[in-house]
Design a protein. Structure first.
Length: 155
């Protein structure tokens, strides 16, 4: 078993194999994390290929490179992500309706009524509002929309 690394010798190809395994793990795991560790392992492989470094120094450098790569990678990825208001509402159902103007189909009486959103009706809470009035969705809680009347609209 001469091919197994011992504590006195870790070669460049060991780091490259570790990098490849980390990339495979990245594909299998959700998120973007292991890719930064894989890049650190590949970098260590290149360093060990060029410079004969002691094992302790290799491990320390790998740890430092990994921390730096994760921090820089997260910073880079957050700049690429859209910072639109919609980004925080993905997969949150009714919260995507906040800000939309809708029509009251069942008058809101004593704080409860129904509004039409597209081709469906939703339960609504808010101030008493007559049928046909236009209201804006200010919040959403499950299947219930919290609305307020739109000022200055004609029905």
């Amino acid at each position: 078993m001469d091919w197994l690394p011992t504590l006195d010798r870790i070669q460049a190809w060991h780091w490259w194999v570790l990098g490849a395994l980390l990339l495979i793990l990245e594909v299998a795991a959700p998120g973007i994390f292991f890719v930064w560790l894989a890049l650190s392992a590949f970098t260590m492989g290149l360093l060990v290929f060029v410079l004969p470094l002691p094992v302790a120094v290799q491990v320390l450098l790998f740890a430092l490179l990994s921390v730096a790569a994760v921090l820089l990678g997260r910073r880079y990825i957050t700049r690429l992500l859209p910072d639109s208001p919609e980004a925080g509402r993905v997969n949150r159902g009714s919260s995507r309706l906040v800000g939309q103007t809708v029509t009251v189909v069942t008058p809101i009486v004593n704080g409860m009524g129904r509004v039409r959103v597209g081709d469906s009706e939703w339960r609504a809470t808010g101030p008493d509002t007559p049928q046909g009035a236009r209201v804006v969705v200010v919040a959403a809680e499950g299947p219930t929309l919290h609305v307020r009347e739109v000022k200055g609209t004609w029905t």
